[in-house]
Design a protein. Structure first.
Length: 557
């Protein structure tokens, strides 16, 4: 339907039976076009071939009666508005028509009152139908997004679960629909644990509007699952409307964390013989251990490194791009969980600069105090990007790209690596188009808006670091969603599903590129962000800076 004169929608109507007067009357009405057929059979054939916004049928048809025709139309899942027209007012026929699925009944066809009612009724029904169709479409889209989320979610009102996404019952071992109407206390092992979770989720001062708690929930078979929970009221002004609760299964993470803690000392000799650089570093930056591979790689003996500071031996004070690497070491020791994966420039004994991808593990004492870092490193200098190896090469162009930005090189490496994987593999075998905006996050967020509920909102920054393998996989799972990912320069994922709202008319891009490229060109022109666009067709990666394409990469080359 399109706009017509006087702001009315253009409506296409199908009349079955009805007489010449009805057709002649509607033909005089601007904004309404009609097709007419004499029988119900002809009407069904028309509906199968063409689109209409309203059906008007006489009650007395040559091959059927109006009530039976209403039933026939609705049995074919034709949902458009249906008006039954009769020559006289008959409450019995009206009731039967509405029961059969008609949307309206008009009697006394041919009278002045009938003609006064006809057009307003048609317009009202069609407008209402259009609104309902829009709501149905939006709800279908939102359900698909919620069901595709890697996080379980539900809405709880007055101690009853009233809504959930598809992941929640699967995570807890239930069939879909089993949990609706359940008191969530039935999922908690005991009353004391329930009081603690309630207090942390709903009573403690929430961070950014969210309450959060770590808990164990009972699955249907009685086993326990470790989860990280977040909660937020649907309407902060009226908490009686309930709260949304989001849960992430962290069982595997906790098991691996516990296993690593118990095995660190036992397997130190194994780490020493690994084909990777292995370091143990004190909180003051002093090297406590280096394995044989690390000695040979950097060109030092163990005696020349152990007891010496990282800075000045295997780590220059500043990178070639001007990054203060001494300050970086201090940041790692202050916030080790935010640097579990980090890529930075290092230096061999002969002065050669190299890039190392480090996996860092904080070693703590029984009181939880950091006592040292275990760091395992792999050389990624000049490594080519292949289907088996998605690490990013540290080519000179990257140094130029992130110069004068707040982007950590390791953060860019990770986002570029994710982009390469998505460009090669798509998601579940299907090509996808995706946008990443890195750096200057505050300005980017101010010039964009959410298309969907932000799946990263409310999580602590340490839990949203893109270099974390779990977050990396979450980003890949969410990559089919429309809109952009926003990643700050330190690697914290601020949002997904952002729609760029600035004027892109001044952006200049090569012919053949679409709105994604234009919007990213526009926002990188207005901010200090770097943009990465993965083309859905062809899988090319376009990198933007300062409102122009900085580099186009075909990953399979």
């Amino acid at each position: 339907m399109q706009g017509g004169q006087n702001g009315f929608l253009m409506i296409r109507a199908l009349i079955i039976g009805g007489g010449d007067s009805l057709r002649h009357y509607l033909l005089k009405e601007s904004g309404i076009t009609i097709d007419s057929v004499p029988t119900a059979t002809d009407g069904m054939e028309k509906l199968a071939r063409e689109d209409y916004q309203v059906i008007l049928s006489s009650h007395n048809l040559p091959d059927n009666d109006g009530i039976a025709f209403v039933n026939l139309v609705r049995s074919q899942d034709i949902r458009i508005p249906f008006i039954l027209v009769t020559g006289c007012c008959d409450p019995r026929i009206a009731a039967e028509a509405l029961d059969a699925g008609a949307d309206y009944y008009l009697g006394d066809a041919g009278t002045e009152v009938f003609h006064e009612l006809l057009v307003p009724v048609i317009r009202n029904l069609v407008n209402r139908w259009q609104v309902v169709q829009g709501l149905y479409r939006d709800n279908t889209i939102m359900k698909a997004i919620h069901d595709a989320s890697p996080l379980a979610a539900c809405v709880v009102q007055d101690h009853v679960i009233i809504w959930m996404n598809a992941l929640m019952p699967r995570m807890l071992g239930y069939e879909e629909g089993d949990l609706i109407g359940m008191d969530p206390r039935e999922l908690i092992p005991d009353e004391a644990e329930h009081r603690r979770i309630d207090q942390e989720l709903f009573e403690a001062p929430p961070e950014r509007g969210w309450g959060f708690a770590d808990a164990e929930l009972k699955r249907k078979d009685g086993s326990l699952i470790s989860v990280h929970l977040l909660s937020k009221p649907l309407d902060p002004a009226d908490r009686t409307r309930g709260s949304i609760i989001i849960g992430q299964d962290v069982s595997d993470y906790l098991r691996m964390k516990d296993l690593l803690r118990k095995s660190e000392v036992r397997y130190q000799s194994l780490l020493d013989s690994a084909n990777s650089i292995v370091l143990r570093i004190g909180t003051d930056g002093i090297i406590r251990f280096v394995n044989t591979f690390g000695e040979e790689f950097f060109g030092y003996s163990s005696d020349e490194l152990v007891g010496k500071n990282l800075t000045g031996t295997i780590l220059p004070k500043t990178s070639r791009g001007g990054r203060d690497l001494s300050a970086m070491v201090q940041d790692v020791m202050r916030n080790p969980e935010e640097f579990e994966v980090n890529v930075n420039e290092n230096m061999k004994r002969n002065g050669e600069r190299v890039w190392i991808a480090w996996t860092n593990k904080a070693i703590r004492d029984e009181q939880g105090r950091l006592i040292e870092m275990l760091s395992i490193g792999n050389d990624i200098t000049d490594r080519k990007l292949t289907i088996q190896d998605n690490q990013v090469s540290t080519a000179p162009w990257k140094i130029l790209l992130i110069a004068d930005t707040d982007i950590d090189p390791g953060v860019f490496d990770t986002v570029y690596s994710i982009s390469a994987e998505l460009s090669k593999e798509g998601r579940e075998g299907h090509p996808i188009g995706t946008i990443f905006l890195i750096g200057d996050a505050k300005e980017v967020l101010s010039k964009s808006t959410q298309l969907i509920l932000n799946p990263f909102e409310g999580h602590p920054p340490a839990a949203r670091i893109i270099t974390n393998p779990e977050i990396r996989e979450t980003v890949k799972e969410l990559s089919p969603i429309d809109g952009a990912f926003v990643v700050n320069g330190n690697g914290v994922v601020e949002a997904a599903g952002r729609y760029i709202t600035i004027d892109t008319s001044k952006a200049t891009i090569p012919r053949g590129l679409g709105t994604r490229h234009a919007s990213v060109a526009g926002i990188t022109r207005e901010t200090k962000a770097v943009g990465i666009v993965i083309s859905q067709s062809g899988g090319k990666i376009s990198i933007f800076k300062d409102g122009r394409i900085f580099r186009v990469i075909t990953v399979h080359e």
